[in-house]
Ligand binder design. Structure first.
Ligand SMILES: C[S@@+](CC[C@H](N)C(=O)[O-])C[C@H]1O[C@@H](n2cnc3c(N)ncnc32)[C@H](O)[C@@H]1O
Length: 291
């Protein structure tokens, strides 16, 4: 496999992927991720005979959803992370879904079959490309003319307290969104690389896509019944856990003690709930003779 996004490969094929594969890293609850996946697959208008590519498929839940909808077609999940793909393959076998395949690939450069897919989808898997235009152009080549692209990615950090609040608490800084993103020491390009809708439109146009639409989704994220449970959920999830793992002077108990009061303002009768605000992006590869 040829890898262009080496920093992301090291993270996802290493510690981050291992945590996700062990089922410890999604933070908010699985039911919400399933709802988000359904909204994404609805937007992709997957037909029963479609060939679907799921980019950054992770442990494969969205890929399996796509395979079920494309029951007379197929779904291929592509991801950098060997441990997450291994879990995805086990999930497919366990669910008895056979029209599905998983491939370890850097989606930015992987030679997917030209015109090999009717639909490309991604749930939070397309923000990490070092060269987004090259990556989306590569995905465009994999689509047949007239094929559809649909993905979910985060809105700007101002709309994502689930990222800003716990990280600010652990870094000991004010929860000022841009400052928190700038202070985060994780691998670049980071979570919010594609959060500006104008940038999304420009990247997709430069990559050859047409009919680009960027719409907000409102899927509140519940992180547990109490601030203590929510603190544990955050300590299991990627960006927050990474801060503790890399800081020899910060124990898990100290981290928990910083998180609990920061999460208290979000606790209510329904548990600890924060706004979840992804973009739902749809676009098309121009049909033959168009554009
Ligand atoms: C936030 S996770 C989302 C996983 C999954 N789609 C989900 O919603 O649970 C991001 C995924 O994108 C993958 N990824 C990041 N950069 C990639 C690239 N260049 N090519 C393929 N996969 C990539 C990571 O390995 C990881 O599995």
């Amino acid at each position: 496999m040829s890898v262009r996004n080496t920093e992301q490969f090291d993270a996802w094929n290493g510690r981050e992927g291992a945590a996700w594969a062990a089922g410890r890293s999604t933070g908010h609850e699985d039911g919400e991720r399933a709802e988000l996946g359904d909204r994404l697959l609805d937007a992709a208008r997957i037909g029963s005979r479609d060939r679907v590519l799921d980019v950054g498929c992770g442990t494969g839940a969205t890929t399996l959803g796509a395979a079920r909808r494309a029951h007379a077609g197929l779904a291929v999940g592509a991801d950098l992370s060997a441990p997450m793909l291994e879990r995805a393959r086990r999930a497919a076998a366990g669910a008895g879904v056979s029209n599905v395949a998983f491939e370890q690939a850097d989606a930015q450069t992987h030679p997917f079959p030209e015109h090999g897919f009717d639909v490309v989808v991604s749930q939070y898997g397309v923000m990490f490309f070092a060269d987004p235009v090259a990556a989306f152009a590569n995905l465009g080549r994999a689509l047949r003319p007239g094929g559809r692209l649909a993905f979910v990615c985060p809105q700007p950090p101002e709309n994502c307290p689930w990222y800003v609040v716990p990280i600010a608490a652990l870094l000991g800084i004010e929860p000022e969104p841009r400052a928190v993103v700038a202070a985060y020491p994780g691998p670049a390009p980071a979570m919010f690389a594609l959060s500006d809708p104008g940038l999304i439109a420009r990247v997709l146009a430069a990559a050859g896509f047409t009919r680009v639409a960027v719409d907000p989704l409102d899927v509140p994220h519940r992180f547990g019944g109490t601030p203590a449970e929510a603190a544990d959920a955050f300590l299991a999830s990627g960006p927050t856990r990474y801060l503790v793992e890399r800081d020899d002077d910060l124990t898990w108990a100290q981290a928990r003690a910083r998180l609990v009061p920061a999460l208290e303002p979000y606790a209510g009768p329904g548990g600890v709930v924060m706004p979840g605000a992804p973009w739902l992006v749809t676009a098309e590869r121009p049909a033959a003779g168009e554009g």
